[in-house]
Design a protein around this ligand. Structure first.
Ligand code: ADP
Length: 614
């Protein structure tokens, strides 16, 4: 770039769209722009600190790492300067004019869907800088990158269609952002107003903030303080600033321990779950510090992956400062630290759920997938996590939930298993023929209605030493129940079973008389290692060539009139008996959600109706 040229650039289309929204639609919470700009300044100095460790050629190496803010009421300007890494020409273009990631799109989507104050959310999506245009109609960014021979540049924009970049002189290292405030935003040139904002939003910034020359923030590590000295408001401010959150924390855990490791931890569970709103998988958000020095803002190795919705700080003086990403991976210390934290977090949820089940239920509704993922993937914490799961059952009202512990406490004398049924909805589960026998015996059945539940139950296997058993599986031993009404004799029953097996051939593995049925003539049971209809559907969706012949165990009800008549018909009217046998199996498969091809079924049904009408 030659010294005299003034470059004009046009914003990327998404940025223009974003700016349009920022300038024309965001009227509330405008004040957060200051937090965003201070946070950028703080990030830039944090980056400089890292560079200092390895690079020599740093411009003005003795500049203090401070953020300077100045107000000018007369000129209606607000200036935020930092001595951070600054930006080169290309970085100005890339960072303040284009968007490499999906930040803008996600932000626009989130604004549409609601769930928080849009202005407040802007920083979450990596587009915080543009919030400056909520309050300013002209923004100037003077920047000198850290490297000794970097040019001095000024970027200016009115936030409409584009920006200009020009060379300038007299800059210190870092960035200086000058906001020419809009008429109706002149309040942000008032020292008192800005001071209040810094205290509210930026109190924990790790660098001194000076307003018109006077130091404002405390730079304190809240997690090291005593619980009793911290108000809810301070916790919330910490959560929103230090954890870069825009919602309210729903739960928090603040604790200190000396053994087995020295730990000071302050972690929060949010109240909104962006993954559920369709955003991509969250990054870990519990930062790792050692004696107030940040080691890693998002360590992947510290906590199990399912805990990525938690935010906060873990500080351990036992972790060496120079631990690298590589060594973290196989560090026994980090693993130990993570194990302690995750145990405490799970315990915290358990206690909170007990103390206020309603609140937990509302929380669980948004965050259930994380706990389920944990059950399926985190072997160490599986059993503890199972206590956090919630579901409906045959004994809960529709919409009410309980946990496995409640279930176990209600188990009948002699009951050894936990019974469950997977289905698309409570209604469909309740209408399933599988439930009959359990209802009749007063046995509670858990209803799993989430698509991932089956997988979760499979990984869990048991709870508290009690096996989880699907009521649609064969081989479930149920205690005898006094059967009422007329029934086939044992001999007649055996003969009918043999007839059916012969008629149905390979489509059934066996035919037997069962204790399960009360109102239905027959039921189709799948082998205990077989796939549920939900799983089959998923397999089919993933693989169009997926074929898995369903073979079921057929259980007949020797008391049912239809079954009794069939026993007669097999000797007196074979043709009808054959038709009815096949239809019975198809009906059972339909009820089980397992009938793949209904063409024969319909034709046969028509034939049967014809016969019925003589
Ligand atoms: P985010 O900070 O979330 O990445 P922003 O829109 O706030 O998104 O900023 C975009 C980018 O511009 C930052 O990632 C950073 O690289 C750069 N940037 C912003 N402010 C500064 C600054 N004061 N010093 C250096 N770089 C900055």
């Amino acid at each position: 770039m030659s010294e005299t040229t003034l470059e004009k650039h046009v914003f990327q289309a998404e940025i223009q769209q974003l700016l349009d929204l920022v300038v024309h639609s965001l009227y509330t919470d405008k004040e957060i722009f200051l937090r965003e700009l201070i946070s950028n300044a703080s990030d830039a100095m944090e980056k400089l600190r890292h560079i200092e460790a390895t690079e020599k050629n740093i411009h003005q190496p003795t500049l203090p790492l401070e953020i300077h803010i100045t107000t000018d009421e007369e000129a209606k300007t607000l200036t935020i300067s930092d001595y951070g890494i600054g930006m080169s020409h290309d970085e100005l273009v890339k960072n303040l004019g284009t968007i490499a990631h999906s930040g803008t799109k996600s932000f626009l989507k989130a604004v549409k869907e609601g769930g928080g104050s849009p202005a407040n959310m802007i920083g979450q999506f990596g587009v915080g800088f543009y919030s400056a245009f909520m309050v300013a109609d002209l923004v100037g960014v003077s920047s000198r990158a850290w490297h000794a021979d970097s040019p001095e540049l000024i970027w200016t924009s009115d936030g409409k269609t584009g920006y200009e970049i020009e060379e300038t002189s007299g800059l210190d290292r870092g960035s200086k952002i000058v906001l020419q405030l809009k008429e109706d935003c002149a309040e942000f040139a008032s020292e008192a107003r800005v001071k209040h904002l810094i205290e509210t939003y930026s109190n924990f910034v790790g660098f001194p903030i000076l307003l018109n020359g006077t130091r404002i923030n405390e730079v304190e590590a809240l997690w090291l303080k005593n619980k009793s000295e911290i108000s809810d408001e301070e916790y919330k401010a910490f959560y929103q600033f230090a954890c870069k959150a825009w919602d309210e924390p729903s739960y928090r855990l603040h604790f200190a321990a000396d053994a087995p490791l020295a730990i000071n931890a302050l972690v929060f569970a949010p109240s909104e779950n962006p993954e559920r709103m369709g955003f991509s998988k969250a990054e870990p958000a519990v930062a790792l510090y050692s004696r107030k020095v940040l080691i890693d803002p998002a360590p992947k190795e510290l906590l199990p992956d399912w805990m990525r919705f938690m935010k906060g700080v873990v500080d351990s003086a036992d972790i060496p400062l120079n631990i690298s990403r590589e060594t973290m991976q196989d560090s026994a210390l980090i693993r130990k630290l993570g194990a302690v934290i995750s145990k405490r977090v799970i315990k915290m949820f358990e206690k909170e759920a007990e103390a206020d089940p309603e609140k937990y239920r509302a929380f669980y509704r948004k965050f259930d997938r994380f706990f389920k993922e944990g059950v399926a993937t985190d072997h160490t914490n599986r059993d503890a996590l199972a206590r956090l799961l919630r579901f409906e059952s045959s004994l809960t009202d529709s919409g009410a939930v309980c946990g496995f512990a409640d279930y176990v406490s209600r188990m009948k004398d002699g009951q050894e298993s936990i019974y469950y049924l997977v289905g698309p909805s409570r209604d469909q589960i309740e209408n399933s023929p599988y439930l009959e026998a359990f209802k009749a015996r007063g046995l509670e059945v858990v209803y799993f209605t989430d698509a991932v539940d089956e997988y979760v139950v499979d990984s869990l296997g048991e709870f508290d030493g009690k096996k989880l058993v699907s009521v649609r599986h064969g081989g479930v031993e149920l205690e005898d129940q006094a059967a009422e009404g007329e029934s086939l004799t044992p001999e007649q029953t055996t003969a009918l079973c043999e007839f059916l097996k012969q008629e149905l051939g390979d489509r059934v593995t066996s035919v037997s008389s069962g204790k399960r049925l009360v109102e239905n003539p027959v039921i189709a049971l799948v082998p205990a290692n077989g796939m549920s209809p939900q799983m089959r559907q998923m397999m089919k969706a993933m693989d169009e060539n997926f074929k898995d012949e369903v073979k079921v165990e057929l259980e007949i009800n020797p008391r049912h009139p239809l079954v009794r008549k069939l026993a007669d018909a097999k000797d007196s009217n074979q043709e009808l008996a054959q038709l009815v046998s096949r239809q019975l199996l198809d009906n059972a498969l339909i009820a089980a959600g397992l009938l793949e091809d209904a063409r024969d079924t319909v034709t046969r049904m028509n034939t049967l109706m014809e016969k019925a009408m003589g």
